[in-house]
Design a binder for this molecule. Structure first.
Ligand code: ZN
Length: 150
């Protein structure tokens, strides 16, 4: 996505959890604990993938995109479909997206990545430059007026 920035990738953490699982330091009940809310979000707003669940290997993973940010008001913390994100990104200045992978078969879930979206990420800040020019122009005019009064 065009305005995507400050991407944080959690695949290392995920691999660490899976290693712990293989080593027997944690049980599947510790990592396969998707809440009913998360599973509903996956069913209704999730993005299906063709990647197999690393735990049960019988279901494909679903990605859920949660959005957070002051501008979202009551929508903050809600799940959105992937298709809705570019629309929001053009309307809002900045919001945070958390991507969680979920297995609807065994309830495995893990944070995949987080990033910022929104118009603030668009390059070529023409408005800012124009404002700066105006400010200097006004300051210059004021100085000239004061000089003229002396
Ligand atoms: Zn699974």
């Amino acid at each position: 996505m065009r305005t995507q920035r400050q991407v944080v990738d959690y695949s290392l953490q995920k691999r660490a959890v899976l290693r712990e699982l293989v080593a027997g330091h944690v049980g599947t009940y510790d990592v396969c604990d998707a809440s009913p809310y998360l599973k509903n979000a996956a069913r209704f707003h999730g993005e299906p993938t063709d990647r197999r669940c690393p735990i049960c290997r019988s279901e494909n993973l679903t990605l859920v995109h949660y959005i957070y940010g002051d501008e979202l008001k009551q929508s903050a913390g809600q799940a959105r479909t992937l298709a809705e994100l570019p629309v929001l990104a053009m309307t809002l200045r900045e919001f945070q997206v958390f991507v969680v992978e979920v297995c609807l078969g065994c309830d495995w879930n893990h944070l995949v990545e987080q990033y910022l979206l929104g118009r603030d990420g668009l390059t070529g800040d023409g408005d800012g430059a124009a404002e700066q020019q105006d400010a200097t122009g006004t300051a210059g005019a004021g100085r000239r007026r004061r000089e003229a009064q002396r």
